[in-house]
Ligand binder design. Structure first.
Ligand SMILES: C[S@@+](CC[C@H](N)C(=O)[O-])C[C@H]1O[C@@H](n2cnc3c(N)ncnc32)[C@H](O)[C@@H]1O
Length: 265
């Protein structure tokens, strides 16, 4: 077995490669990644100051459509933007009635002042804010809102903290739990400070079979680019660890969705 104690740490691949890594695993992504709770959409309506029903929403980095589906179900008129061919194909299978254009957040293929709302669910960090902030401001109508969110592992839950440590060691990263807990993405979201973000954290959880949990972890970009043998060995060790915590094979994943919303002048 390729144990983490007996081998070199895996290299974390460069961000440019990771940004495109999802396309080869789009079906796995769609089947296993967590969605977002209704309370997140409530908070989004509150912070953006308008109902989703009838809003023109541009969902960027739409992927397989997890967030687009929720916006659509709340009555938003969604236009999805996604750079990757594999993710776009999966999106079109899942949501044939929602329009999707290929493009990315650094150069949005959308007219000026088109949108009431621009959303990035787990996708803003793949953009260059020096370009994606001006693009969002161009595409939003006055008073429109830019909303960014991420499902972040709740590392104050013991087993999640331990699993995060194991993954960190696998990639040769030593991130202290305290630092992970405090991670506030507001400054990273717009280093220029042009946007005044309001922040909300929404905790939620889901119970899933262990296989779904492991496939969810494996669908993250760093693991997608890890050599197959190393990934398989890591997941086998994870399975053994987690069966001790969840002997019935049902894992309770807990997330803090971090939501940032900025309304334009
Ligand atoms: C983690 S997935 C999130 C997908 C979806 N929004 C969700 O909530 O499941 C990140 C997505 O961002 C896309 N992406 C990569 N680079 C991007 C960029 N520069 N602008 C917008 N999206 C990008 C990827 O192709 C991928 O579909």
């Amino acid at each position: 077995m390729v144990g983490m104690t007996t081998r070199e740490a895996a290299q974390l691949p460069p961000a440019s490669a990771r940004a495109h890594s999802f396309n080869a695993a789009a079906a796995q992504y769609a089947a296993n990644r967590p969605s977002y709770p209704p309370a997140l959409l409530d908070a989004l309506e509150e912070l953006s100051g308008r109902p989703l029903a009838g809003a023109r929403a541009v969902d960027v980095g739409a992927g397989t459509g997890i967030a687009s589906r929720l916006l659509h179900e709340r009555g938003a008129r969604v236009l999805a933007v996604e750079p990757g061919a594999g993710m776009a194909a999966e999106f079109r299978r899942a949501l044939p009635d929602v329009p999707l254009v290929r493009g990315d957040g650094n150069a949005l293929p959308v007219a000026d002042a088109h949108a009431d709302l621009i959303t990035y669910a787990q996708a803003w960090h793949w953009t260059d804010p020096a370009r994606s902030v001006p693009e969002a401001l161009r595409v939003l109508r006055p008073g429109g809102a830019l909303a960014l969110w991420w499902n972040v592992d709740a590392v104050d839950v013991d087993w999640i903290s331990e699993a995060a440590d194991r993954a960190g060691r696998f990639f040769g990263l030593a991130i202290p739990a305290e630092k992970r807990k405090a991670a506030d993405r507001t400054e990273l979201a717009d280093p220029s400070g042009r946007l005044a973000f309001e922040r909300r954290v929404v905790r939620w959880s889901r119970r899933v079979p262990l296989d779904v949990h492991l496939a969810n972890i494996a669908s993250h970009s760093a693991f997608l680019l890890t050599p197959q043998d190393d990934r398989t060995a890591f997941m086998a060790e994870e399975r053994a660890h987690l069966l001790k915590v969840f002997p019935d094979g049902v894992v309770e994943e807990t997330y803090d969705v971090q939501l940032l919303v900025a309304v334009t002048p």
